[in-house]
Ligand binder design. Structure first.
Ligand code: ADP
Ligand code: MG
Length: 271
């Protein structure tokens, strides 16, 4: 089972769009069994696959705070992807977990328990993180080996990433296997020269760690969630669908040949 966390502590950079559509590509195109875990109290990933976040019996919060089994919190969605949903119950979890000793490992332990009991049989788990480096994101980083970082090509793009990389480095004490699968450019507008310049900078900086796929700004990608559908359910011939299909191919290729991207990390992050 491959566990992928989608993280960047900036909001609005395309994390949720990437989580939902990468999960959907793995399901629709590669025919993989996929579980999407929503770790953001906004619940956008949950809504994005057509699940009513306010009608959930159990959410990710129940799994983390109340020790509800992960299997119980899984909701099937009409898109064919299963989801552990989130809603406002997840807000304030930092307080709730302040005194909990193994707080960083709650998700990891929940996944492990469900797997050993044979209640979880997925090829891929995709975790959509909140725009913060809170205990929720730490849980994602401890449960996964590999993080995908979506970045928007704007002037301040690199600023937050320094903190993110710092956190990932620090967390290798808790999770020695943690690595960055890749950085993906999102919401890209090729007519914008600044976006092009920033994109070139990112390429120089991250080298092979950068996915070659660039996710364009595409109105279909923005519309799909309001229909509770991934881009593959909503408009599979759109530019956005093609881009996420291509990204999925790259993600799969790197799983087959991880050494190349892993070797890049130490150099790319020495700044
Ligand atoms: N490639 C894209 N083209 C057009 N709109 C996009 C694209 N990616 C994301 N969006 C829209 O931008 C907003 C922020 O994206 P989202 O994925 O929710 O970011 P995050 O999860 O990082 O906060 C949403 O309204 C989303 O629909
Ligand atoms: Mg989001």
């Amino acid at each position: 089972m491959e566990i992928i966390a989608i993280a960047n502590q900036k909001g609005g950079v395309g994390k949720t769009t990437t989580a939902v559509n990468l999960a959907a590509a793995l399901h629709y195109i590669a025919h993989k069994k996929v579980l999407l875990i929503d770790l953001d109290a906004q619940g956008n990933a949950t809504t994005g696959v057509g699940v009513d976040k306010n009608a959930l019996t159990y959410t990710a919060a129940d799994v983390l705070i109340d020790d509800v089994s992960l299997a119980k919190a899984i909701t099937p969605s009409s898109s064919g992807i299963d989801v552990v949903g989130a809603n406002r119950d997840l807000a304030g979890i930092d307080m709730a977990l302040a005194e909990v000793e193994d707080a960083p490992f709650l998700l990891k332990n929940a996944i492990k328990k469900a797997t050993t009991k044979g209640k979880m049989d997925y090829d891929f788990v995709v975790i959509d993180c909140a725009p913060s480096l809170s205990i929720l994101t730490v849980n994602a980083f401890c449960a996964t080996k590999g993080v995908i970082i979506p970045m928007q090509c704007e002037y301040y793009a690199l600023e937050g990433v320094v903190d993110l990389i710092d956190t990932i480095k620090k967390l290798s004490e808790l999770n020695p296997d943690l690595y960055v699968r890749g950085v993906v450019r999102t919401l890209f507008d090729g007519r914008n020269t600044l976006a092009q310049d920033v994109s070139d900078e990112l390429e120089k900086h991250f080298g092979n760690l950068m996915y070659q796929t660039i996710i364009p700004r595409n109105v279909r990608l923005a519309e799909a969630p309001s229909f509770g559908q991934s881009i593959f359910g909503y408009e599979k011939s759109s530019k956005g669908a093609r881009a996420y299909h291509q990204l999925m191919n790259e993600v799969l290729n790197r799983i087959d040949e991880p050494s190349q991207s892993q070797a890049q990390i130490s150099t790319a992050f020495a700044w």
